[in-house]
Design a protein. Structure first.
Length: 173
């Protein structure tokens, strides 16, 4: 039997609570939404591209968000010295470009593990914690990173809707 992306219980977004709790709730909802869009698909279906010349695929989005989470929360906010999993100096779009030879089950496991590591890395930091972006020189705080990641997931989850509909006609929220 072929591997298929596992089902996910997305849960509900909290409607009351402190700022940090609500930001985390929205981020967790969007993380789960990406996985919901992938659930039940085979590795080959997850690798299917949207339309040439785009390299966009559902598996590429999972890989991309793994590196995005890692870079914003662990590398930048928490100051951990880490490499990216998929992007390199030679191929900054490796998460999308190299999806044909990717190991979907391993990439899904890596995504879920990275989310745990990310949450752990910033758990003790206040939302006002700041850092300097290494390329732009701009100062950001952890609150901004939460908002940025929620926005990035929302945008990519829209892409995931279209990709999933192209694969099997499934639509939904």
């Amino acid at each position: 039997m072929s591997w298929v992306a596992p089902s996910v219980d997305r849960g509900r977004v909290l409607s009351t609570g402190g700022e940090r709790v609500l930001l985390q709730s929205w981020l967790d909802f969007h993380r789960a939404t990406l996985l919901v869009k992938c659930a039940g698909l085979t590795a080959e279906e997850l690798k299917r591209r949207s339309a040439e010349p785009s390299t966009l695929s559902l598996l590429g989005l999972v890989r991309h968000m793994t590196d995005v989470e890692r870079s914003w929360f662990r590398i930048r906010c928490a100051g951990e010295v880490l490499d990216y999993y998929y992007s390199t100096e030679d191929n900054v779009d490796g998460e999308f470009d190299d999806v044909d030879t990717a190991d979907a089950p391993a990439d899904f496991d890596r995504f879920r593990a990275e989310l745990d590591l990310v949450d752990e890395a910033v758990a003790g930091l206040p939302l006002e914690h700041t850092f300097v972006h290494p390329r732009s020189g701009e100062v950001h705080n952890l609150r901004w990173v939460y908002l940025h990641l929620i926005e990035e997931y929302a945008r990519h989850n829209g892409h995931a809707d279209l990709l999933r509909e192209r694969i099997d006609g499934a639509t939904g929220d």
